[in-house]
Design a protein around this ligand. Sequence first.
Ligand SMILES: Cc1ncc(COP(=O)(O)O)c(C=O)c1O
Ligand SMILES: N[C@@H](CCCC[NH3+])C(=O)O
Length: 444
Amino acid sequence: MRLHGTQRVNEQGHLEIGGCDTVSLAQEFGTPLYIMDEAHIREICRQYYLSFIQGMKNAEVIYASKAFSTLAMCRIVNQEGLGLDVVSGGELHTALQAKFPAERIYFHGNNKSAEELAMAIKAGVGRIVVDNFYEMSLLNELAEEMHESVSILLRVTPGIEAHTHEYIQTGQIDSKFGFTLVNGTADRALDLALSSSNLVVKGIHAHIGSQIFELESFSHEVHIMIQYMADIHKRTGYLLEELNLGGGFGIYYASGDEPARIEDYAKTVQNALENACQNYQFPTPKIIIEPGRSIVGTAGTTLYTVGSIKEIPGIRKYVAVDGGMADNPRPALYQARYEAVLANRAGEETAEEVSITGKCCESGDMLIWDINLPKVESGDLLAVSCTGAYNYSMSSNYNRLARPAVVLVEGGKGDVIVKRETYSDLLRNDVLPERLTHLPIASR
Ligand SMILES: Cc1ncc(COP(=O)(O)O)c(C=O)c1O
Ligand SMILES: N[C@@H](CCCC[NH3+])C(=O)O
């Protein structure tokens, strides 16, 4: 397994993260356990800050909190000088409870409810990214009723098919998101927005997909978007000042993944921007990017305990851990690949090929196919790396499994930032059958 951030193998041959021995973390907090490496998250935030905010003259980096949204994470992002992207009332509530400055929050989503929009207006979020005509009129009506003027970006689909898993492509024309650029829908949306009494159009937004390695996809995006902004200027005389390029910067999960450096991502955007603005004679807009996965992905590790082991001679050896698709649905959803190590014997040579399965009642509940590990025993600890993004945030209670705790580690100390769910938590919204009027009291 490639080591990331502060991960290292210590003198006892145990995996250590943030100066904490993972064997001790398992004893103290139990497994499964999400471990987040604070220094690593901050280091990546700083790389984004240096490359984009300081490196480019007029840029903002907003963390896409869908990747991992908790109060503590919002606090870190704020301290590191980044903005925040939220996509639901729940993420917005989390940000506001963490005292994240509302003016640095962008509100996304393809089906925001009236309640969510009113909540965002009331909180005074910086930008609402309008996705469709239904939302535009709803937002204008609400803003009118609330006597507010709302700054918006229009989300457009630029027709770019980024090379990534088809379920996480978003920029192609056949997409549920945004106003289509090529068929005139985006033009109609802009005209309507400009004539809406309580909306102020600041710019446009596009997000072409996630886990993208080719930087050319982003320069292509810049060209298309600047050309479109210039077209709008010519057609209407209206100058859009902000260009939000979305997120999507890919990370390393397993061998074969070759992400670029954040620095080079910034240079690519900067060069494409200079060229495009010169080409289309358009004044340089403010650039906004929305990385999610690349800020937290490699900073997360999930720690499991090995339980049953089943060998089918000549076929495969299944090693089952105490979590699975409920805490990490990505292999089942996107055939995502991960690396792992035995955390209690991290220095040992590999001795066998096994497949790691979870404890859910699904054959598809596989975490890793065909991985080489030392001879695995029940009771060993398995650490799966790069689980910081879209793991906790996409976790479920399938099979009524309680969600793991999340521990933030730094300088040899682990802080629980999300408590482990308990059996009572699982029942917190169930209504006692005795309270229901239409369930018969007596049983057969
Ligand atoms: C609109 C928008 N912005 C930002 C992101 C974050 O993307 P990523 O986590 O790939 O950086 C996403 C998710 O793909 C998104 O849909
Ligand atoms: N959840 C996806 C990415 C989608 C990002 C949101 N637009 C993943 O785990 O890869």
